[in-house]
Design a protein around this ligand. Structure first.
Ligand SMILES: Cc1cc2nc3c(=O)[nH]c(=O)nc-3n(C[C@H](O)[C@H](O)[C@H](O)COP(=O)(O)O)c2cc1C
Length: 289
């Protein structure tokens, strides 16, 4: 990437209005080559991604796919398929968000779209098999000129809607806020998690630092995720697990750029959870050199 990760993450927002102009051939190649490099997520699920041009039909079909924003002028989509695996949705989120950050570096606007894509025309574009899932796609294209100002206002409004540190990050146990000062060199990677996109902007990630390890938990929104009526009726993918993968991506890319080496492990710590809607996802363990 050309620009620092933190700058790209701060620059990104969900763009919902695009210029009616195809993505430049050189940029298409760079993005497609980048997508071609992705094959497995950090938690072991295999996935593949491609860039496709949007047809008028795709734009129409978006309306029936349970996507809640109104996207105008979409010219391209990043579509993907992950093989079913225990952490497939987290890995899908991680890999797709890496592509979103890469597209941001190319100066392109993006917007995640979650919905029931596995049986849609989008799934046909990448020939999703029965062993695979397609929980979301991303729109990509040139940000419409006149939406830039609107985008800025929206971003400002949006950033006011991001939860503060004390609601998201904890020291040793839930209920004990982790301040940026106490987070030390983890302050920037955690701030980049705070700015991550999430389905319906629910920001479900909660992180507890214990010593040199950071434990990532999913605070489920009641009536939203797996098991809820809404989820069953609409056959929605468990997008809050995708959100966790997005948070992992922002955290890891920022940490690595700062030279903080480490790795992901699934090893639930003995931490008292505040309620039954809090689920353990993964931990980042620092590699001490
Ligand atoms: C998994 C996922 C699914 C999303 N689905 C939609 C969608 O269907 N329609 C839409 O307009 N925005 C969608 N979004 C964008 C979120 O609404 C947006 O990320 C959130 O409101 C925060 O705003 P920001 O991305 O501008 O920072 C989705 C985001 C994620 C991560």
């Amino acid at each position: 990437m050309q620009k620092p990760i933190a700058e790209l993450i701060r620059q990104r927002y969900s763009c919902r209005k695009y210029q009616d102009k195809p993505i430049d051939g050189g940029q298409q190649r760079l993005l497609s080559d980048f997508l071609g490099l992705k094959s497995a997520g950090p938690l072991g699920a295999r996935a593949r991604f491609v860039l496709v041009a949007a047809s008028d039909r795709d734009r129409q079909s978006l309306k029936g796919l349970g996507t809640y924003g109104f996207i105008r002028g979409a010219v391209g989509f990043i579509v993907g398929a992950a093989e079913r695996a225990p952490r497939d949705l987290e890995d899908y989120g991680y890999l797709m968000e890496h592509a979103v950050v890469f597209a941001t570096d190319l100066g392109l606007g993006t917007c995640w779209l979650g919905g029931t894509f596995s049986k849609s025309g989008f799934a046909k574009k990448i020939a999703v098999t029965a062993r695979e899932i397609m929980p979301a796609v991303a729109v990509v294209g040139y940000i419409a000129e006149d939406s830039r100002f609107g985008g800025w206002i929206r971003k400002r409004a949006g950033s006011d809607l991001q939860f503060p540190w004390e609601s998201l990050f904890f020291d040793e146990k839930f209920g004990e806020p982790l301040t940026p000062e106490r987070a030390g060199f983890y302050a920037e990677p955690l701030e980049m998690v705070r700015l991550a996109p999430s389905a319906s902007n629910k920001q479900p990630w909660r992180i507890v630092r214990v010593g040199e390890a950071l434990h990532f938990f999913l605070q489920r929104t009641k009536g939203y995720g797996e098991g809820s009526l809404l989820f069953r009726v609409l056959h929605l993918a468990d997008l809050q697990r995708v959100d966790m993968g997005i948070a992992m991506c922002h955290f890891e890319l920022t940490a690595r750029e700062l030279g903080l080496t480490g790795h992901w492990v699934i090893d639930e710590p003995d931490i008292k959870k505040p309620d039954k809607n809090m689920e353990y996802t993964v931990s980042w363990k620092r590699a001490l050199v």
